[in-house]
Write a new protein. Structure first.
Lengths: 228, 228
């Protein structure tokens, strides 16, 4: 198995990256093929599909082994479930699976065919093993029962002072708000005085959480951006 | 990457196996974990989900390489599409992806936890790399556009003389009918005199096709069955 592509995303770290695809609709990504797979022909017809499957590698966890049980954050982090009943990263084969939206296919003069994606849950630089079209007939199962994932997502109310987001695009701001609303804090941390830092698309974001309210304290440029 | 499990299915050969999961709802499978992964704990909580993702290996194609374009059978076999716009087996990393129904989890005295599945599109013996719960929130996208897969499946009318199916269970018979209705013949073959043979769950099935009508000519036991 070798990566066929890599993605650039707004999440330089695992901290803050959504735990499922689609949770942050404006989380954009740029997928660039590795040179041996950089054929415009290899993506012919892909533009007819609105959504794709990405099969990818939990690259930050490859050498950390696996465990028969894990503690899903959705259950508060204190209930153990079987690793195959979860999407946790520490699995026997560190394969991730995400359904993402295909915004457009670009033919780039240097990078070859580039896929512009949204709704991603991937850390910047994630290696991609395969790309497949989303086929509603086989993949969309509305009657599927949700198991323990039926716990509803309780989103936080996010406050970003107007003046902070001046140089952000509306999409970038929306993606940051959705990202923060998912509550990136580790389980069991509930100190309203604690300041957390999160890297997002070239910004360092500092925030506090009190109850269901997340306040952004500062937004500072850290690098020139992810080039999306 | 090493297989975590293998499946026993009613399709000993690629010929006749459905091209997507869910097309033959009664196509059953039995998934048995490889010894290092045979922990009842590793599937704890899985029984709460009605559907699963299987990430598997196109094991019959592993050494055959890949091609930037392929000819999907859905398009009559004469239009080339990019390999990443299809689910064709000859891909850079020979990974398959199937959403299947979880009928039940058995704790077998010798084999450990065994998953009983249906709606499978897998050849008998397929190695499984990963098992993940189907999470409707992230995986079910009813608004997804279908690309070239929007071509409707035209099923054949299948005739199995009553006397042939006597020792088949109703489910097995239903799975065979659905399998044949999908028209397993290679593209471009339309000779009403030609007799085709297909192996299905321990039976050798012979049939002819004239127009939209498939007639089963004989059904003979070939082996003791797949042990499902």
């Amino acid at each position: 198995m070798q990566p066929v592509a890599r993605v650039s995303t707004c999440y330089p770290d695992k901290f803050g990256a959504p735990r499922q695809s689609g949770l942050v609709p404006d989380a954009r990504a740029r997928l660039v093929f590795e040179p041996p797979f950089r054929h415009p022909d290899a993506v012919r017809g892909l533009e007819g599909f609105s959504h794709l499957w990405l099969v990818w590698v939990f690259s930050e966890n490859v050498d950390k082994g696996w465990s028969p049980t894990v503690r899903p954050p959705r259950l508060g982090g204190n209930v153990r479930m079987g690793v195959f009943a979860t999407r946790a990263p520490f699995r026997p084969n560190p394969i991730g699976l995400s359904a993402v939206r295909l915004e457009r296919v670009e033919l780039h003069p240097l990078d070859g065919p580039v896929l512009h994606l949204s709704g991603v849950d991937l850390v910047d630089g994630t290696p991609i093993l395969d790309i497949k079209p989303y086929v509603p007939l086989a993949d969309c199962i509305p009657e599927a029962s949700e198991g323990f994932t039926a716990v509803p997502y309780e989103r936080l109310d996010v406050e970003i002072p107007e003046s902070f987001g001046d140089s952000m695009s509306p999409e970038e701001r929306s993606a940051l708000e959705d990202t923060l609303s998912l509550d990136p804090r580790p389980q069991y941390q509930d100190d309203p005085e604690r300041v957390y830092g999160l890297l997002f698309s070239g910004w360092e974001v500092k925030f506090k959480v009190e109850g269901k309210r997340l306040c952004v304290l500062s937004l500072e440029r850290r690098r020139s951006g992810s080039g999306l």
